[in-house]
Design a protein around this ligand. Structure first.
Ligand SMILES: *Cc1c(COP(=O)(O)O)cnc(C)c1O
Length: 400
């Protein structure tokens, strides 16, 4: 990294080198405190964060209602097992159900776990010889072995074989290919309504509706991975509502608890009993802290009108980035779906991320050349401009 960056202390870096498994590429910055759209490092530098918590902090850092809910709940009851009724978990499930398709919830702690539950449900719900699940190239479903097998990106499979059997991959957007893959062993289709890690890929018109028809025709479960798109990220509660296509199963995590670890799988009351007692569990799933944070998250979005606000912020980004794209040929495409924002470049994105970091702006790059922002719903339009100014300056520097 460059010298203008304030490095994490040698002591911290050394501790990581000695005691933490090096499976992540880490920036040499030690983040210590967050508030709203800002985060501070151990040297006191303040950053504007357009990628708070890798999509988990949709309400910004330390949203006050979530902080308060966690504090209160922690003093009352932190954890009890799922062998008991826990009223706060029930209330959380009802709130998710009321805002989606009237389903029932299984709670877990992460996106990969939510997808594992969906994979098990799909197999349990269908006759034993029907086990194949169709997923999509460029998709991302998590890092457990089942979710890795569902993730149709060869780079994530290297060295891990043999992978769990039963997944078949189709190009994202290609209904014809899906149709061809369906046979008497197929039980489900698992798809992100908008691919996130795959580069903010918005499906072609009619694709999700086409999947719905195929699923209905062949008696398959249509399962939407809304781990990234859900809980208000696209300016609706869930991305499926934007496309008017209702899935049978939906998985959630990332932003679901306003930054606290949590996940859920929702399905209809007709399908839900297939996940029968004894077949699946998550020890910490739906624990009181996560439930309190999850409820506070939904309430904050509603009380502060954040779904509408997200759309306003989204338009701010879109206008600004599209006008930038007109001037700068190194921008190939701007893709915006609410607060999922991808800028595909004709060049490698890593130097852009590094240059923004030097200017105290946090962004992300995925798929090598797609700059990605997953900003907070609580941003002001001035902060949108401030962030875009920095990105513009960096990209202009590259273009010349
Ligand atoms: C992040 C992500 C996952 C994995 O979530 P984890 O909480 O890291 O397990 C799964 N699916 C999608 C679409 C994601 O964006």
């Amino acid at each position: 990294m460059t010298e203008t960056l304030t490095l994490a202390s040698d002591e911290t870096v050394e501790m990581f080198q000695r005691y933490v498994i090096p499976n992540y590429g880490r920036y040499p910055v030690n983040l210590v405190r967050g508030e709203g759209v800002h985060i501070w490092d151990s040297e006191g530098n303040r950053y504007l964060d357009l990628f708070p918590g890798w999509g988990c902090n949709l309400l910004g850092h330390c949203p006050p209602p979530v902080v308060e809910a966690i504090q209160k709940q922690a003093a009352k009851l932190i954890h009890v097992p799922n062998s008991w009724h826990i009223d706060i978990q029930g209330r959380w499930a009802k709130m998710l159900s009321d805002r989606s398709f009237g389903g029932q919830a299984f709670f877990c702690n992460s996106g990969a776990e939510a997808n594992e539950a969906a994979i098990k449900l799909a197999r349990l719900h269908s006759p034993e010889d029907r086990y194949k699940i169709i997923t999509f190239e460029g998709g991302f479903h998590g890092r457990t072995l089942g979710a890795t097998a569902a993730t149709a990106q060869p780079k994530y499979h290297e060295g891990l074989g043999p992978l769990m059997a039963g997944f078949q991959y189709a190009p994202f957007g290609d209904l014809e290919a899906v149709q061809q893959l369906i046979d008497e062993h197929t039980c489900a289709i698992l798809v992100e309504p908008i691919q996130g890690e795959g580069g903010v890929r918005i499906p072609p018109e009619g694709f999700l509706a086409g999947l719905r028809s195929l699923a209905d025709k062949h008696d398959l479960l249509l399962m939407f991975d809304e781990v990234q798109t859900g809980c208000g990220r696209t300016g609706e509660w869930f991305a499926y509502q934007r496309f008017g296509v209702t899935p049978d199963v939906m998985t959630l995590a990332k932003a679901i608890c306003g930054g606290v670890a949590g996940g859920a799988m929702l399905t209809t009351p007709e399908i839900a009993p297939s996940l029968r007692p004894g077949m699946h569990a998550a020890t910490f799933g739906g624990n009181p802290i996560a439930a309190a944070a999850g409820i506070a998250t939904l309430e904050m979005i509603e009380n502060e009108g954040l779904l509408e606000k997200a759309q306003e912020i989204s338009r701010g980004f879109q206008t600004r980035l599209e006008s930038l794209a007109e001037r700068l040929p190194i921008i190939r495409e701007v893709r915006v779906a609410g607060l999922m924002i991808g800028v595909e470049l004709a060049v490698d994105g890593a130097p852009v991320v590094a240059a923004c970091l030097e200017r105290k702006l946090l962004i992300n790059c995925t798929q090598g050349n797609v700059i990605r922002f997953l900003p907070a719903m609580t941003m002001t339009l001035e902060q949108v401009e401030e962030g875009c100014d920095v990105v513009a300056e960096v990209l202009e520097g590259l273009a010349t």
